[in-house]
Design a protein. Structure first.
Ligand code: ASP
Length: 307
């Protein structure tokens, strides 16, 4: 059993928006909660879940209470969590009405043999586990003819938005965290309401293991944020871990993979990268990234940009 120095990193999204003082304070509180678990010898997995849980609860980020709405007006949320000792992982996608999708993801990991549950059955699974629900916000049910008309209208709206480039508003911020516990185990997680303009049913990188999230004690832990479509196409989280295995530092691994994302497909993203020896990097190829870290010394560091 190693005796690693605990460390936690958290993010509140990468994009065009500046970090507000309220969001910065909330990120710092989330780091304090996560670090307290690690300091008491708790597992990295639970530190990641609780850190993300506070951000979901706050309503200040695009996750949990603050999740974006898809073009039909419904909030659909995705989340994933993974631990690096046994490569266990759990995820949910397109869940509705959950305050804590990250906890639903952990329960998929711990209480089932599956990795990913999606849609209404995933929501029912979370309800069965008695997770907290948001006040009901779903539009009333329509007849199938009216649903078909509504779907056509939504698709038209989406195409018009793509043309007018209104999809580029790029609001903050999916949330995520990575942690290293005293036993030397790393964990990673992410939770999101998706992007600004998205068709109903759209799922991004966050619940896809290897894309938005990855954790392996033999390489490191990564939590991504940014345009999920690009992150999925280049399997970014696992790709950064593969660079770590080759002996690259977190800073070099993140820089090289994010550079590839931009140069190959003009993607945009930010990453938290943590290696099991405690080195870490926060990097983004977006103008801003809300993020921070804490190892128990002084105060948590939280900023809206990282060089
Ligand atoms: N990666 C998230 C998604 O594509 C969005 C974000 O990180 O802001 O769903």
């Amino acid at each position: 059993m190693t005796n690693s120095r605990p460390l936690i990193l958290a993010h509140g999204g990468a994009g065009l928006r500046r970090l507000t003082p309220t969001q910065a304070a909330c990120l710092a509180d989330a780091l304090v909660i996560g670090y307290a678990i690690l300091e008491q010898g708790g597992p990295a997995l639970i530190a990641v879940e609780c850190t993300i849980g506070l951000l979901e609860q706050s309503g200040l980020f695009n996750a949990g209470r603050g999740a974006n709405r898809q073009l039909d007006g419904v909030q659909r949320m995705d989340a994933a969590i993974m631990e690096g000792a046994h490569l266990k992982a759990g995820a949910v996608a397109s869940t509705e009405g959950l305050v804590h999708p990250i906890t639903a993801a952990r329960l998929v990991m711990e209480d089932t043999n599956h990795v990913l549950l999606v849609g209404p059955p995933a929501t029912r699974f979370a309800q069965h586990c008695q997770l907290e629900l948001l006040p009901r916000a779903r539009p009333p049910r329509r007849s199938s003819a009216r649903s078909a008309r509504a779907a056509t209208q939504t698709l038209r709206l989406y195409r018009a938005m793509l043309k007018s480039k209104r999809t580029r508003k790029d609001r903050y911020g999916t949330v995520g965290a990575v942690a290293l516990d005293r036993s030397g185990t790393v964990a990673a997680g992410a939770s999101t309401g998706g992007i600004d303009s998205m068709l109903p049913g759209r799922v991004g990188d966050s619940p896809l293991i290897g894309c938005g999230v990855y954790a392996d004690n033999q390489s490191g832990a990564v939590s991504m944020t940014g345009m999920g479509e690009g992150i999925i196409r280049l399997v970014i989280a696992k790709s950064i871990c593969d660079h770590l295995v080759m002996g690259k530092s977190p800073a070099v691994a993140a820089r090289q993979v994010l550079h590839m994302l931009v140069s190959r497909i003009r993607g945009s993203a930010g990453a938290l990268v943590l290696s099991p020896d405690g080195r870490f990097a926060i990097r983004h190829v977006t103008p801003h990234m809300a993020a921070g870290w804490w190892n128990g010394a002084g105060q948590p560091t939280v900023r809206g940009q990282f060089p």
